[in-house]
Every structure is written in C-alpha cells, then in structure tokens.
Design a protein around this ligand. Sequence first.
Ligand code: PBG
Length: 329
Amino acid sequence: MSFPIVRPRRLRATPGLRALVRETSLSPRDFIWPLFFHAGLDAPAPIRTMPGVFQLPVKDAARIAKEATRRGLGAVILFGLPKTKDARGSSGLDPDGPVPRAVAEMKSAAPGLVVMTDVCVDEYTDHGHCGILKTRRDGEVEVDNDATVEVLATMALVHARAGADVVAPSDMMDGRVARIRRALDENAFEATSLLSYAVKYASAFYGPFREAADCAPKFGDRAGYQMDPANAREALREARLDENEGADMLMVKPALSYLDVIRAVREETTLPLFAYNVSGEYAMLKAAAAAGMIDYPRAMMEVLTSIRRAGADAILTYHAVEAAELLGG
Ligand code: PBG
C-alpha cells in the first residue's frame, strides 16, 4: 500500500494561505521603545555606536511621547544621563533629574502612554557600577547588595512620584524586588507596577549602550552581580524569586543569544514576560546593513519574530519605531 507524499508546501503556496497558518504575529503594541534623556542637552545628539538612536533633551519628551502614541507602541522605557555623578549615584535620586522630568512631561502630553523607567544607579555613579561599592575583607572591591537595594527603593519612589506607570530595576541585586514593592506600597503607590529585569546576563552585547548611557564600569566588570551566560537553570531560580517577591512582569536580557532561556522562563511563569533586544544586537544589524551585507528590514523583522516565537509577550527594542512603521504604525 502506498501513501501520498506529505506536502507541507501546500500551505506555503500563496500569501493568503501563509498568513492563515502563521503562528507568530508582530504588532506595534509588542514594542517597548528605550529612550535616553540627557540633562545637559538642548538638541538630540547621535550615539556613535547605535546609528539612528539619539540622546535626547528633556524638552523633547512631550514630542516623543506623542510619537510613541501615534505609532501605537506598547510602552517607552526611560534612561537618564545626569549633569553630575558621584560614588553613590546621588543625582539619580533628584526629583528634578532627567528621568523624573521626562516622565512628568510624557504623562502630561500623552496620558494613555505606558511610561516605564529603568531603575539602576550605573548611569549616576562616577565609577559606573550598578551600586554602592564596598571593600571586602579580602581587599576586593564589590557592590554592596543591601546598601544598593535601599538606594534603588528610593529611586523607584522618585520615579513613581513623577508619574511612572512601571518601574524596572535592572541592577540584579538580591531582594530588591521585595524592597521596592514595600517602598511603593508604604507610600501609596500600590498601583505602580514592577517589571523586574529578573534574568540579566553579564553580556558583551551591552557595549554600545554603555556609550549611549555613559555607564561603562571604570574598573572590573559586572560578573559579580549579572548572570553567567553559561547558566540556564539559574534563570529559573531568578525568575521564581522575583515572582515570589512581587514582580508584576519579568524580563530576560539580552534576547538573541538567550532564546532558549526565554522559552524556559515562559514555561515556568504565568506572568507577562518581556525580552530586551539589546544595543549590541541592534548595532550588529545596523553595521551589517551599512556594509551592504544584509537586507535590514527583513533581518529586523526576523529577529523580532524570533523573540516573540521564543515566548516573549513584548520586546524592548531600538527597532521599535522602524518596525512599527513597517507594520503600518
Ligand atoms: C543598566 C542597564 C544596562 C542596559 C540596560 N540597563 C547596561 C548594563 O547592564 O551594563 C543595557 C541595555 C542595552 O544594551 O541595550 N542600567
């Protein structure tokens, strides 16, 4: 008895059939647009390592908020570059700093826009590390977990007071989700949501961002607090801890070298899960496109689709506006 040839190609024959059976879709709602607000700028300043991305003056915040709304983006996430830096990152707690000011302007220009803030001191410390430093008994300098968590809780409150809908700690200190949640609740910000950078690896792909946000560590690296790229089970532990501490949403970062981790965390949690398509991933496509080596729009859409297919509900991406435009947004 002979069987007919199985023909998966039947469903690839026309655009209509392909659209009908497509498993993963993209919409502008799926994109969260990262923005860099610089306290000392009067006009947008291009970032050498990230073609098409700019450091922005705070006075542009309202215009950008309206653009994000017009394009139907899911949210924006704000990073700040202050006028001054010190060892404790004090300028990150200033209610007149670039992030709180930009948040307030964005929320008044576009009240329906979801505005998130990155909560971390690395943009505000003169040494560039994600916390307060201390010298250990063996003489090594390290980030002091518990002292840092206190500063993060204060920073999250400053952002919440400015009107942020979501605060997103990106530091990888232990216990910070619970501490930030408590600080928000005790100050009547129980409606402010918390997106945890729960699974954040010590990655070379953050290189271009560190120029954008002027936050490269002046000595050492971040391996003492960010995760080892070799570990996947540890990602599940981190995700579980943050869920138990009260995170409303979780993130995996970076995205492309960690699609397996996105999938594993997706299967482990019912919380919304986001992935950060980081600066190095963006810069690689831009560089390949500039060298005439790749079809940029197709490669961009393929990358974004792969991150959604792996299980991310939404994607933090510098491609947000270009991709929304291609989708008709
Ligand atoms: C830390 C932070 C970093 C990024 C987002 N938040 C840098 C780091 O951990 O070194 C990287 C984002 C990117 O590379 O696009 N505040």
